[in-house]
Ligand binder design. Sequence first.
Ligand code: GLN
Length: 322
Amino acid sequence: VPADEFEEFAHAVERIHTDLLHERSGAVADYIPTLRDADPEKFGIAICTADGQVFSIGDTADEFSVQSTSKPFSYAIALEQLGPEEVHRWIGQEQSGGPFNDPLLSLGRDGRPHNPMINAGAIGTLALVDSGKDLSDRLTTVQGAWAAMTGDRPQLHGPTFAAERDTGFGNAAFANALAKAGKLYGASPTDRRAPEDANEFYTMVCSLTMNTERLARAGATLAGGGVAPLSGKQVFSPETAARVLSVMGHSGMYNDSGQFSNQVGLPAKSGVSGNVLMVVPSKRMAVVVFSPRLDAVGNSVRGVEVCKRLVNEFGLHPYRSM
Ligand code: GLN
């Protein structure tokens, strides 16, 4: 990205950040204490280009659990380990038509979860990663992939993990349903531990700690076809990055994914801690917003608004030519 273009973009981000400080609609997630107690006023935006230019404004040092924004990256790791054909024997790649945690709509007729962006799909995807190894080694693999993208090894946020684990009955149900359908990789029908492990692994990965800037570096890795922005290291293949962006494009923003595609048109993923990651593909950049107040479907209100404004201002919607 040329320096003058980057500067113009950074100025727009700064202005939009100031404008949206007064946006106070929505409510923080309240299903676990660490999210319920988040300061709703927090607001940070970071951008990172595929060639490693970084700009950030606001509460960009604040840490938050990555939550569902881990899902595209878990999918990338599984694709790298097993290849798309094997991964998609277990996980679908279509819109689910339901909420990310809907018990009735999560598995398709063939028993596979609809895609890796819903909880059942993310649990099934992580079951593929380092299957058969100890959970602590498998977590180390995931942390290592994040470290390769961002230069920083994300830590597990203990209280978030404990609370998610102790109340994650819905996610336990997904893992069990996958095992019952014969769609939990590596699980034999008599292996009671397999669904428990899959759910625990997923919960650990959701509880990894991030800030806007580190998450933007991970997003920039996707924008750069798998090349980490700061180190220049090839972390994922271009094919993996393309597949991840594709599913983010149709299923990354919960039940508003279709509407978001119409209004923004770029691949994005959100998490219930109030983070939104948007990727401007073709070696351009990633934008990450952190603001904990969520709309009705679970997307950060300010996060979605930042995406809309940037796309409109810079004509970034791929189907709406200026
Ligand atoms: N850990 C949360 C869950 O599994 C993450 C969900 C999310 O960010 N939507 O319900």
